[in-house]
Design a protein around this ligand. Structure first.
Ligand code: WTA
Length: 570
């Protein structure tokens, strides 16, 4: 395969200008683009929506373009501003105050975005949950965050164990009502609510958003972000997404994941561009059709989707007019060089890989438009960000040596807390370095190359799954005694989840049982967390202190040397 760097497009801003502009860049520069820089009044929702709604040049521009197989709807900045004001009034009426956690558990829809923005407008903290979560996953997140209100649909309500959530006081139902409890009807309340609202001005360091993400041990952790993150979202929207006034932008990620908020809500709207939101499931035809129909210019997706396009073949791509595309980006897992070369064939465009995490709140390392791409590399740090490869003591390592990928503290969108777990938050840092948990190396030219996760976290189709959460669910199954879960490399999904289980007395291995166990996880936790492979074993290897040795399971599975097994239990 051709491994030469792929040069930047002609006519784009060139690298020398870029580096000259940003040499010695200071984040204070970026602040000048916000209205609070002169007014002192801060709120993300104001900067993203109301500011454009107050401007005669942009108020009637389409902000949200919702496109689903059965429904299409557009909202201008002015309309979205009013709708989110209405919902903010609904929240106020029901005693939601600054700092309260309000969670959303529903599919992508215009109502989701009205609600989300309304939550920010009252100064509350939004917690978006992926619609595929099942009861246990929903419970753990609502319980940990002590969410006071949940916005959901009648269909999803059955996955909300209301009697086990003492802090949950109110439930708003979107798209229909249910008998019984005192539910709040989204439709009825919105009809009654005023379109004017006095937005709650906050501090840049006030909480805005909690995303739950998986670690290798324990329950998912609440990654807490503040309004200050907008500085990074605005900047990376310009530098990395390359957003221009007339762009039609489409980020394919669900807002239950961080990409779907930072880059599916904040970056496009802070930059005042039209944001395409697509509902429904993935298929190459539907997705290509979305690009063709809405003349999408900037498209942000993930390797797992690009690999599916690749296997669908170039004939499928050639049936659609994709010529509107100007800029394509990818995040979530390593972008295979093969996919980049295919992208050039299929779209006549480079796919720009970039690296970041839930905890970092925004892009940090990227292939920005003016940079030559080395296929397989995540690119270089953006202006104002210092990235390095360090050892476990915090010393920088020389080029081409593998180590911890770390970022110098202080970028604007860095998480400010792990909700209620200060010791967990502290554990991310060595001195001034935020340590990502990824291993990587940097080459002589300053490009970063991803090598893998250092912990046991599984990355399946771009989604982080903590083995512990899956194991916990597995052992709730009546036939399962113990479980160990690993990620197994897979050409399409990056990794798939493989579970090793021991059976309780009186249970026999059978295909039906394996399928039943798989469905148990799928229905109890979520489809993406369900193991694709399950293997029954006599024992699960553990350390003397009782920790499951996933590393050992993985070595066995892959036929690799087992390394140090000194802590293995007899
Ligand atoms: C992985 C998603 C390789 C990495 C925004 C990271 C990547 C984790 C890349 C974060 C990339 C993300 N190349 N690996 N370009 N981008 N990752 O929190 O392991 O869902 O730590 O955030 O995904 O996943 P998260």
């Amino acid at each position: 395969m051709n491994m030469n760097p792929i040069p930047a497009r002609e006519g784009n801003h060139n690298l020398q200008d870029y580096e000259k502009t940003y040499n010695g860049f200071n984040w204070n520069e970026m602040k000048k683009q916000f209205s609070w820089n002169s007014t002192g009044k801060v709120n993300m929702a104001y900067e993203a929506i109301d500011r454009h709604a107050e401007n005669p040049d942009t108020k009637d521009k389409v902000a949200l373009l919702y496109s689903a197989p059965d429904k299409e709807e557009t909202l201008t900045f002015n309309e979205l501003s009013k709708k989110s004001n209405q919902f903010a009034n609904v929240l106020k009426k029901h005693q939601i105050e600054k700092g309260d956690r309000v969670f959303l558990f529903m599919p992508r829809s215009p109502e989701f975005y009205m609600s989300f923005l309304g939550i920010l407008k009252v100064g509350a903290i939004a917690g978006p949950l992926f619609e595929a979560f099942m009861e246990q996953a929903v419970h753990d997140r609502l319980e940990d965050s002590e969410a006071k209100m949940l916005i959901t649909t009648p269909e999803l309500l059955e996955r909300v164990p209301q009697d086990k959530l003492p802090y949950l006081k109110q439930i708003v139902l979107v798209g229909g009502m249910k008998e019984g409890k005192q539910y709040i009807s989204f439709d009825q309340e919105m009809k009654k609510a005023s379109e004017n609202f006095d937005i709650e001005w906050v501090d840049l360091e006030d909480g805005m958003l909690i995303h739950y993400t998986s670690g290798s041990t324990g329950k998912p952790k609440g990654v807490y972000h503040v309004h200050n993150a907008m500085i990074q979202h605005l900047a990376t929207g310009q530098w990395v997404l390359d957003l221009k006034e007339d762009d039609v932008y489409w980020c394919t990620a669900d807002p239950g994941w961080v990409t779907g908020t930072s880059y599916g809500i904040f970056a496009p709207w802070l930059n005042g561009v039209t944001n395409v939101i697509r509902g429904g499931r993935f298929s190459p035809e539907d997705w290509y059709g979305t690009i063709e129909k809405h003349k999408v210019t900037v498209w942000y997706s993930a390797p797992t989707a690009f690999r599916k396009f690749l296997s669908a073949g170039s004939e499928v791509a050639s049936k659609f007019d994709l010529s509107s595309l100007r800029h394509i980006l990818s995040v979530g897992e390593p972008l295979n060089p093969e996919v980049i070369h295919w992208g050039i064939e299929a779209f006549n465009k480079r796919i720009h890989d970039n690296w970041w995490m839930t905890e970092t709140g925004g892009q940090l390392i990227s292939n920005y438009p003016s940079l030559d791409i080395k296929p397989g590399s995540m690119g270089k740090p953006i202006p104002g960000v210092e990235a390095a490869i360090i050892d476990n003591e915090g010393n920088k390592l020389p080029p081409n040596q593998m180590g911890n990928l770390a970022i110098k503290k202080g970028w604007p969108s860095m998480m400010r807390q792990i909700w209620k777990r200060p010791e967990k938050y502290e554990s991310y840092f060595i001195g001034d370095w935020y340590v990502s948990g990824d291993s990587a190396y940097m080459d002589e030219d300053g490009y970063f190359w991803f090598q893998g996760r250092l912990d046991d976290v599984i990355n399946t189709s771009g989604e982080r799954v903590g083995p512990f959460e899956v194991e916990s669910k597995l052992i709730e199954h009546p036939a399962v005694a113990e479980a160990g879960v690993i990620g197994k490399p897979d050409p399409e999904r990056g990794e798939i989840i493989k579970a090793f289980v021991t059976l309780r007395e009186g249970h026999q291995e059978s295909d039906d049982l394996l399928e039943d166990i798989r469905l148990f996880v799928k229905n109890g936790l979520s489809a993406h967390a369900a193991p694709r492979e399950i293997e029954i074993r006599e024992t699960i290897p553990k350390t003397r202190s009782g920790k499951i040795m996933r590393r050992l399971l993985k070595s066995w599975e892959l036929g690799l040397p087992t390394g140090d097994t000194s802590t293995l239990e007899e």
